[in-house]
Design a binder for this molecule. Structure first.
Ligand code: SF4
Length: 335
């Protein structure tokens, strides 16, 4: 199977007339000005040089694509079009806000080669959205999700953990609703508080205490389990590291290894459930690609479980899946 390659094109803050309490788009993307269509075409061409036999997709991220004037959207999409026609890229994806999607927009995007639309849903709880000054409701996300799927595009949804008024239960419910809405892909962003944002002021005054990275790992792991068990592919956990990112963050849950930490916690939780009723020597059979998540960083998961339960854990390889074996007792872990 061909591996996948995204060609990211960042359009910071372009098209966004909002100011969410947590947002610092320019810090996140490390790009200050919107690129011209010509420079977009040039950077796609450059990126394709390293494509090899990978499947390439052009990805407009960082702003609210469908909020920019239609003629500018068209200019960007036309800049990408020659690479679709030549077969060098297989499609276009973009991110936008739920309230910037309507039926006509979906048709326009589809006609210009867009295959996937990612919505910044962030939460499916209206009180959380309002407190974060998102300027849209959960109903907007439901409506946009339906239009995207009915229009024949793939739906991606993005959620955040740790926002003001949010709780682990609300985040789990957001993940469950993503499954019900028919999303095929998701991203999870634990809250990082950037300097010079409204949330930073709240944090400084002590009115808001964001969850730390360690506190966020459990919340992210729970959402991840719901999404993946619901058939959604989780493309990213946590903000992408850039040269300047950590210097822009004042608090919250940013950690460059958040994805690995959350996956390891998810597996610790799964192992813990499966260990119930077992004792003594237990072998964890595990397929190759899951070993680091199952063991955890420096075998943390095995250490934690061996201290908490009367078991001695060892690892063995298997072709596919994960299961536990104690003498004759075999417990499959469904993924
Ligand atoms: S909608 Fe997106 S780009 Fe606009 S302020 Fe909110 S987070 Fe930032």
């Amino acid at each position: 199977m061909k591996t996948h390659m995204n060609i990211p094109v960042f359009i910071p803050h372009l098209g966004c007339g909002h100011s969410c309490a947590f947002c610092s788009q320019r810090s996140v993307t490390n790009v200050m000005a919107a690129p011209s269509p010509e420079s977009v075409a040039f950077s796609i061409k450059e990126a394709l040089r390293t494509k090899g036999d990978k499947k390439a997709e052009i990805a407009f991220f960082g702003g609210s694509f469908t909020g920019i004037p239609r003629k500018d959207q068209e200019a960007y999409l036309l800049a990408a079009k020659p690479f679709l026609l030549s077969g060098e890229a297989e499609g276009i994806r973009l991110s936008t806000r739920p309230d910037y999607i309507d039926e006509e927009t979906v048709s326009f995007l589809k006609a210009h080669g867009v295959k996937t639309v990612e919505l910044g849903a962030q939460s499916m709880s209206d009180d959380v959205l309002e407190k974060s000054r998102r300027g849209h409701t959960a109903a907007d996300t439901r409506r946009a999700a339906r239009l995207i799927i009915e229009g024949g595009l793939t739906l991606g949804l993005q959620m955040m953990t740790g926002l003001p008024l949010s709780t682990p239960e609300k985040e789990a419910e957001t993940a469950r609703e993503f499954v019900r809405l028919g999303a095929k892909e998701a991203r999870i962003y634990p809250l990082a508080v950037f300097y010079a944002t409204p949330l930073y002021a709240e944090m400084l005054s002590g009115r808001f205490v964001p969850p730390t990275a360690e506190e966020s790992v459990d919340r992210v792991a729970d959402a991840l389990a719901i999404l993946e068990e619901g058939g959604i592919k989780v493309l990213r956990i946590g903000l992408m590291e850039t040269q300047t990112l950590s210097s822009c963050i004042a608090g919250g849950a940013y950690h460059p290894a958040m994805g690995e930490m959350a996956r390891a916690r998810l597996w610790r939780n799964r192992l813990e459930k499966a260990l119930s009723g077992l004792w003594g020597d237990v072998t964890v059979f595990c397929e190759e690609k899951l070993i680091s998540s199952v063991l955890g960083h420096k075998r943390d998961n095995f250490r934690f479980l061996s201290e908490k339960y009367p078991v001695r854990l060892s690892l063995a390889h298997t072709e596919k899946g994960v299961y536990l074996l104690q003498n004759e007792i075999r417990k499959e872990i469904l993924i």
